[in-house]
Design a protein around this ligand. Structure first.
Ligand SMILES: Cc1cc2nc3c(=O)[nH]c(=O)nc-3n(C[C@H](O)[C@H](O)[C@H](O)COP(=O)(O)O)c2cc1C
Length: 410
């Protein structure tokens, strides 16, 4: 056998050891350091869980009834297989996309979520600021804890859309529209999948209410999450900034606000009231997509509210190809639900979506660390999108198409 020179040994010298030593000065900002140590959104979700009361975490994390809908959406993303092309020049990758007439640096949007300041006191302003800094669009909810005017004042830069619920009292909706327009929002997202509240069983079990009730259980929780409670008690009172009343359980509030009699006539009414782009959110079939497209809207967001409304609702990504066939090309088609990574965004675009909306993923970041946590989610998403595009062999998001994916059998 030949002698192997790598079997010769010597007594280690300092230089042998020092080459492996990289001593870093200790981080002063521990919060940021913990956030930056999160490699994916699931890490941030774990951190979020440790930093917020269980009822708040469950309100975000949970969905309706059996929770099977959200699970199916995530399952479909995990079954998508990319079909890469190699030997392609991908030194420069273009990730920007024009969404309803406005350039976005990235093909995902931070979607509308209500009660945001409950998750972290920095709330909608924190989310909006992180989005604007990174060239990402953000949609403020009617059930936001920051008013459209306040958000615009605090974060004047960046594209913001407004998500509208049409209330039983139409005059209230009309007033709100005027305020939103006055504050400078260009695009409306009308959510149509909430004729009543979904049955969120975790909220029932946790006795979740807004504002939180002080019970023995919540007092005990205070000792486990002192920072969250301190922030809640020492910052401006939590309120639904676009509504005049607060209090009661979420289901009770939604019962007062939402209208089970909403029909196509309301979509037509909105079209006549609002001259800017309108997106209908909560479309779950090709037939409904065709119907609203016929009413002259500019976009449809295929969504089941993240599985929070109808249990056993269709998976948006599965409905997407049929919707694309059913609407004219001028109508932009978006999806949401279960998106937890930049790879999921790329998969959604390959399936034909113009852009993908994100809900819980950025809320996990917000709960984990306020604005800096949202920023970390955006960083994780954008890094992942770039990485997946390069490895897929595509230099422009506009070139992503169905020939680049296949869905594996479950
Ligand atoms: C805590 C929470 C609050 C939400 N509030 C609203 C809302 O006020 N209006 C709305 O149209 N959708 C709302 N949604 C639904 C999201 O816009 C989006 O459809 C859903 O979160 C997408 O699924 P994902 O969370 O898996 O990304 C909410 C979702 C969550 C998780």
């Amino acid at each position: 056998m030949p002698e192997n020179p790598f079997n010769e040994r010597h007594v280690p010298k300092w230089s042998d050891v020092s080459q492996f030593l990289t001593l870093r000065a200790p981080r002063l900002d521990l919060n940021r350091a913990r956030l930056e140590a999160c490699a994916d959104v699931w890490d941030l979700r774990r951190l979020a869980r440790s930093r917020t009361p269980q009822a708040v975490f469950d309100y975000v994390d949970g969905s309706a009834a059996s929770e099977v809908t959200l699970k199916r959406q995530r399952d479909l993303y995990s079954r998508i297989e990319f079909l890469p092309k190699v030997l392609v020049d991908v030194a420069n990758v273009r990730t920007g996309v024009k969404i309803l007439g406005v350039e976005s640096d990235w093909p995902f949007v931070l979607g509308p979520t209500g009660f945001t300041r409950l998750m972290n006191h920095e709330g909608e302003v924190g989310v909006g600021a992180a989005a604007a800094r990174n060239g990402v669009h953000y949609a403020l909810s009617t059930l936001g804890t920051t008013s459209p005017e306040e958000l615009q004042r605090a974060v004047p830069k960046g594209r913001k859309m407004f998500q509208l619920y049409i209330w039983r009292d139409r005059s209230f909706s009309r007033d709100l529209l005027a305020r939103v327009k006055g504050a400078g929002y260009d695009t409306l997202i009308l959510t149509v999948d909430t004729p009543i509240a979904g049955q969120r069983l975790r909220d029932v079990r946790n006795g979740f209410s807004i504002p939180p009730r002080l019970t023995l259980k919540t007092l005990f929780d205070m000792s486990l999450h002192p920072a969250w409670w301190f922030n809640l008690l020492t910052t401006p009172a939590l309120e639904f900034a676009s509504l005049s009343s607060t209090g009661g359980t979420v289901a009770e509030l939604i019962g007062q606000v939402f209208d089970p009699q909403l029909t196509m006539a309301d979509v037509e009414w909105l079209r006549s009231e609002w001259s800017g782009p309108i997106v209908i959110k909560g479309i779950q079939s090709a037939a409904d997509a065709a119907l609203v497209a016929g009413a002259g809207v500019d976009g449809v967001l295929i969504s089941n509210h993240g599985g929070r409304q109808l249990d056993r609702a269709p998976v948006p990504l599965e409905v997407l190809p049929k919707v694309l066939e059913a609407v004219p090309e001028r109508v932009e088609v978006f999806v949401d639900g279960g998106v937890m990574s930049g790879g999921d965004v790329v998969a959604g675009l390959c399936m034909g979506a113009k852009a993908v909306f994100v809900g819980r993923a950025y809320l996990y970041g917000l709960m984990a660390g306020g604005e800096a946590g949202v920023e970390q989610v955006i960083r994780i998403f954008t890094k992942d999108i770039l990485n997946q595009m390069v490895l897929l062999g595509v230099d422009d998001v506009a070139k992503l198409n169905p020939s680049m994916v296949r869905v594996r059998e479950g």
